[in-house]
Design a protein around this ligand. Sequence first.
Ligand code: HEM
Length: 458
Amino acid sequence: MNSTKDNINETTIEAKRIPILKTFRNLPRLLDDPIGLISSQFEKYGDTYKSYVGLEEIYLSQDADFVQYFMQKGHRNYQKTRFTRTLGDVIGRGLLTSEGDYWRQQRRLIQPGFHKKKLEDLSNIITEDIIDFSLNLEHNIDVFGSADLMKLMMRLTIKVVLNSLFSNSISDKYIDRFDEIITVLQHYIVAKVRIPFSTQFFKLNGKDKKMQALINEIDEIVYSIISERKNNQGNFDDLLDMLLQARYEDTGEGMTDQQLRDESMIMLLAGHETSANALTWAFYLLHQHPEIAEKVLAEIQNVVGNRLPTFEDLRGLTYTKQVIQESMRLFPPAWITDREALVEHQMMGYKIKKGQVVTVFVYGLHRNPVYWKRPNDFMPERFAPELIKERHPFSYMPFGGGPRLCIGNNFAYMEMQLALAILLPKFKFEVIANEAPKLEGLITLRPEGGLPVKVSLR
Ligand code: HEM
């Protein structure tokens, strides 16, 4: 691939750069409080600056024009980074971790599975799961008198995504096991990327072997579900059904078992912790803002009343959706995203070298005063449709942007609206600590150490 047209007639802009020695000195703070450190650097160096990871010079940006160019117009100049490749090596090549023609072919194949009609079918599974979760929580309320809301939401969203994929084929005992294994694998992947010489080290100390055993445990279950399903003519209306029915345009063939496994695993991973985080932050913010919680409750009562919410109700739950959107603005689960340049090129005047990493600081973009008035305040009204239209399209991107936009975004909104509509009228989650939770940016943005809450019936 050659450099892009962006090179023509563009003057070069030199972004400010943090000196390499300073980045080494900042390392302890970067590990302890990456979000605080990066935010302070944007204040000092401007909305697009350069820094170092080790000896590699990278770009960071929270400028919506730059981000739009990078994610949308100039996306062909980039591929995903080492982190995603490591994720792919461990979990498999699914939509999130594949590239180029193979990614395009899979995206075209899978996209129809997330269209409105399909989501409507899935809404029944999701509602059932939330009801189940709610009954369980109610029965265990004494035990859960205080609980970690993050853990509770993880338990809910893994159930939702597993059942949306495999319609109740996995018993509750195995759902817990999946949850455990995925958490361990995520830590392993982060360590593999962050710790120097981890490739050799993890081979020698037996960690790779242990992790492979965990993957084999999951694989055994997933492959047996795929094989059972192939021998069963029933109508399941779940995501696996959609993956099994999908046919490549040119050959008319379906996916192999390995592809079905890889795509399922990626959806499990991509759709589990992200939604759990978003829900945790939404409940946290509603607890901090009782007047807004009252407004949401009034909307739910008005649209749903005392019955169960349906797919059609979602359109009426507009303020509830705005609360979710605003929660993800303040606390975007995918708080950072990056790519690596495939070729040397110039983008918006900035010279990008081949192999250079460009990072979007989504957390900072979502609080950038250039696009947001009172950026640190929780104001769901800003997501009224007429106000959304007035804003820069890339000032808000909890689901990414351009061709690699999250395929599960409407699924996630549906899941979160249903969760609020069912759980908020029934439970109070009172945040126990007085101080704001410390932010932990592992893979997704979570409250460090979880979010302890007192659970009670409303
Ligand atoms: C609040 C919940 C969610 C958030 C915040 C979220 C966020 C994201 C983001 C930011 C990306 C783009 C990553 C990049 O550009 O590198 C992405 C991609 C993806 N997400 Fe989500 N996601 C959520 C829920 C889901 C769910 C529920 C599913 C599936 C059921 C899902 C499946 C995927 C897949 C397969 C991709 C890769 C798409 C591609 O590259 O073609 N996500 N997500």
